[in-house]
Design a protein around this ligand. Structure first.
Ligand code: PLP
Length: 258
């Protein structure tokens, strides 16, 4: 497992890679981006902008809550301006983009060419001596998957485990990659008790914490795919831990053993 969760305490995992070239492209302008109340991307952007000395605004999906999530509290602490909009306005803003023409807009989840370019650098941290046959990551927008596909050698197969219910079509040419759609455990950010059981078992066996939205589902999927003999005998799997552990703060205490 490539532990991107260990890169930085807050700008966790793949989000750091997706932000890197976006912060460069902003060239000092205010950054505006989008996300939900528990968004890893919102928190990572807030922390990265603080470090880079950039002003930033987070457009948050849904009405202003009476009690802020741990994610929003931290984002605010880092100096991010939070603007709450209804789900409908949020959708319109996502498709129309512009709010402030002087600002630099990063789409939801960091999903743009700069994000893909950054994600392509993830594999530079992998131990290439292990001769992996397969690389597996959790997939939301597909930005990370696209970056991995663009940088992995042709003999490796990249599998994205979609955390979204329903089909996800990605603008990536067919090749040495595929998507698995059956492991969303009820839909985005939904979790059944068996997912928490798996995450607890996984932690007891490996001492590796997983998050409930992405990496928990990815590792659970890999276990099931192995049981179904999906991977050829002799395969060497590299799982990407894309971070996101801060989102576990949304789980009531006592459910997870870590
Ligand atoms: C955002 C996120 C993902 C999804 O990445 P995409 O590039 O949007 O597919 C996966 N894992 C974690 C922990 C994330 O925070």
């Amino acid at each position: 497992m490539l532990r991107l969760d260990k890169l930085h305490p807050v700008i966790s995992g793949n989000k750091w890679f997706k932000l890197k070239y976006n912060l460069e492209a902003a060239r000092g302008r205010r950054i505006i981006t989008f996300g939900g109340a528990w968004s890893n991307h919102i928190l990572a952007t807030a922390a990265a902008c603080k470090i880079a000395g950039l002003a930033c605004t987070g457009i948050i999906r849904g009405e202003r809550p009476a009690v802020f999530s741990a994610t929003l509290l931290k984002a605010q602490e880092y100096g991010m301006e939070l603007v709450f909009v209804s789900r409908e306005t949020y959708k319109n803003m996502l498709s129309n983009g512009g709010i402030d023409s002087n600002a630099y807009i990063i789409p939801e989840g960091g999903n743009n060419p700069e994000g893909i370019r950054g994600a392509a650098e993830i594999l530079s941290l992998a131990d290439t001596s292990s001769a992996h046959t397969d690389i597996i990551c959790a997939t939301g927008t597909g930005t990370t998957l696209a970056g991995l596909i663009s940088s992995a050698p042709a003999h490796q197969h990249i599998t994205g485990i979609s955390v979204l219910k329903g089909p996800l079509t990605l603008p990536i040419a067919p090749g040495n990659w595929s998507l698995q759609h059956d492991f969303h455990e009820g839909g985005y950010a939904k979790a059944m008790p068996r997912l928490y059981d798996f995450m607890n078992d996984f932690f007891r066996q490996t001492a590796i914490p997983l998050d409930r939205v992405y990496t928990g589902k990815m590792a659970f999927a890999v276990q099931q795919l192995i049981q179904r003999q999906h991977f050829k005998p002799g395969s060497r799997l590299l799982l990407i831990h894309t971070g996101g552990l801060q989102g576990n703060d949304s789980i009531p205490p006592g459910v997870l053993c870590f």
